[in-house]
Design a binder for this molecule. Structure first.
Ligand SMILES: Nc1ncnc2c1ncn2[C@@H]1O[C@H](COP(=O)(O)OP(=O)(O)OP(=O)(O)O)[C@@H](O)[C@H]1O
Ligand SMILES: O=P(O)(O)OC[C@H]1O[C@](O)(CO)[C@@H](O)[C@@H]1O
Ligand SMILES: [Mg+2]
Length: 381
């Protein structure tokens, strides 16, 4: 449970960025550093998730954990990526460790991490991450560490917050790409499938598809029937609209099939989704007789400078995390709730996925616009 009781004074905090990178991470680093400095606290950044402390030998002496100062974070809020590096391998509670026979065993290195934080004189941790990183943060809090989480992910699949930072930038870039694909698809009378990231949630696909005027959007939340998409393409053809854009979430799958992986789960690393865009393009070419192509936006969605919205959200989250620590809170995540940022218990969000609600307003908007969701009229909600 989050606690507000008898806060001990804080003098030094650590910051970590974990999971896939997202535009806005540097803005959080900037805000946490400056807000900490204003309170007279010092702030350090741990390299690559927790690797800077768990594998210090990988870094130049003293560089696994770097001092963050106002000077060091000057101008970084506009930059993509993370100054500290990130990882989506190596949960400290199941840390992949090479064995003599070449295999990797998953070891619980959480105590090593807590010891290393104590040696650095760290009083509290700000953990910036998605569902996986925040589940780790929650477990660290349960082990007695003062922790505040900050919600990050381009996927927007984190529960307990209206939005994560990184999502707006990813959607903006994806919709710009879709805009560009309209003209080439129209010129060649083609079907173009655009595969976007998002893991098991369709937030990026739905929002980018709507913003980019896609004709069909296939989401993990609604297993699809390509017959419905082929019908839409034929209807458009009959109206003299000889091209179509189909946005495919990487986690989408057919009603009679399953998700596609481009990499299996390995020790300490989740499975990698990918390939459904190409499969959809090939199947639609067969079903419609039209020329079809697939474009995979992939990691381009994680790159580049954060939008103003993501910068402001990230700055607000970072500053709110420091205020939460100052107020004696721990085991909480700062969350966007309407217009304000409030702490919510990490237990309520860690490891929980937020899917696109099938009865939500955005999906209703897509239906009202006549966007095909890969569901035949008979089964459509
Ligand atoms: N600090 C970290 N050190 C090592 N591994 C981490 C760390 N944070 C997260 N991970 C691992 O990375 C994976 C994803 O983390 P998380 O959910 O936080 O990221 P994300 O933004 O949702 O992006 P993605 O899930 O696509 O990598 C999880 O399997 C988690 O165990
Ligand atoms: O960096 P990796 O391992 O390719 O991760 C890819 C995954 O990370 C994300 O970009 C962010 O969570 C997902 O959308 C995607 O499935
Ligand atoms: Mg995740």
């Amino acid at each position: 449970m989050p606690s507000s009781a008898a806060p001990l004074p804080i003098r030094r905090i650590a910051l970590t960025t974990g999971g896939g990178d997202a535009p806005g991470l540097n803005a959080v680093i900037c805000a946490v550093t400056r807000a900490a400095q204003r309170r007279g606290w010092t702030c350090v950044g741990i390299r690559d998730g927790y690797d800077g402390l768990l594998r210090p030998e990988r870094y130049r002496p003293g560089d696994g954990c770097i001092e963050l100062t106002s000077e060091r974070v000057e101008g970084i809020a506009a930059l993509g990526g993370t100054l500290l590096g990130s990882t989506n391998k190596g949960d400290p509670f199941a840390y992949p460790t090479a064995q003599a026979d070449g295999s990797a065993a998953l070891l619980d290195r959480s105590q090593d991490l807590l010891d290393a934080l104590a040696r650095e004189g760290i009083d509290a941790l700000v953990a910036v991450g998605g569902d996986g990183s925040l589940a780790i943060a929650h477990r660290l809090a349960q082990r007695g560490l003062r922790v505040v989480g900050v919600p990050k992910t381009i996927d927007n699949d984190l529960d307990g917050t209206v939005m994560t930072f990184g999502f707006d930038t990813a959607v903006g870039f994806a919709s710009e790409c879709i805009d560009r694909l309209h003209t080439t698809a129209a010129s060649h009378h083609r079907v173009i499938a655009v595969e976007v990231m998002g893991r098991y949630a369709g937030w990026i696909a739905l929002h980018a598809g709507l913003a980019g005027g896609a004709h069909a959007i296939l989401l993990p939340e609604l297993p699809f029937d390509l017959g419905a998409v082929a019908e839409l393409i034929a209807r458009r053809e009959a109206q003299g609209l000889a091209y179509s854009i189909v946005v495919v979430a990487e986690g989408a799958y057919p009603r009679d099939g399953s998700r596609l992986l481009c990499g299996p789960a390995e020790a300490g690393h989740a499975e990698r989704l990918g390939g459904m865009g190409e499969q959809v393009a090939q199947a639609l070419a067969r079903l419609t007789g039209k020329d079809a192509r697939c474009v995979v936006l992939g990691h381009l969605l994680r790159g580049g400078s954060p939008t103003a919205f993501d910068r402001v959200a990230a700055l607000r989250f970072g500053a709110a995390a420091v205020r939460a620590l100052e107020a004696g809170q721990s085991d909480v995540m700062v969350a966007l709730d309407g217009n304000d940022v409030h702490p919510v218990p990490l237990a309520e969000v860690a490891g929980r996925m937020k899917a696109v609600p099938l009865d939500g307003g955005t999906l209703a908007t897509a239906r009202d616009l006549g966007v095909c969701l890969g569901v035949s009229a008979a089964t459509a909600a």
